[in-house]
Ligand binder design. Structure first.
Ligand code: ZN
Length: 130
């Protein structure tokens, strides 16, 4: 590893790996538990392999939605982690809006809209198959 900084997660102190940042740290686990509850997954993923296991039973459309969701969650966690590591601040929605109002808010709105559309299509797909 060529990272000159600390190898411990700045949030919880455990060794920081890709799986830790995206799946296992407290913030990540909270995010994935919300996804599990909303989408009625059998468990929250703690690794990419877990996410593959969850997606395995889905239709092609559900798999695409899970990949999209993964992109949104992973990117958000990465930005939160970087803001903490490089600026020594925890970013929550209020701070986030202050950061760079127009650009970030536009992006958040776009992702939120797309996510709502995807979630509603997931739900209607589940209704049809039930
Ligand atoms: Zn951590």
């Amino acid at each position: 590893m060529n990272w000159p900084g600390k190898i411990e997660c700045k949030l919880c102190g455990q060794t920081e790996t890709t799986d830790h940042i995206i799946f296992q740290c407290a913030v990540a686990q909270f995010s994935w538990c919300v996804c599990r509850d909303i989408l009625e997954w059998p468990f929250p993923p703690t690794s990419l392999n877990d996410l593959r296991e969850i997606a395995r039973e889905g239709s092609n459309r559900q798999i695409k939605n899970i990949l999209f969701l993964f992109g949104c969650v992973a990117w958000s966690l990465w930005l939160i982690r970087n803001y903490l590591v490089f600026n020594n601040l925890v970013v929550f929605s209020q701070k986030w809006k202050i950061l760079s109002k127009e650009k970030e808010q536009l992006w958040i709105n776009m992702v939120t809209q797309k996510l709502k559309l995807r979630l509603s299509s997931l739900r209607s797909e589940d209704d049809q198959s039930a």
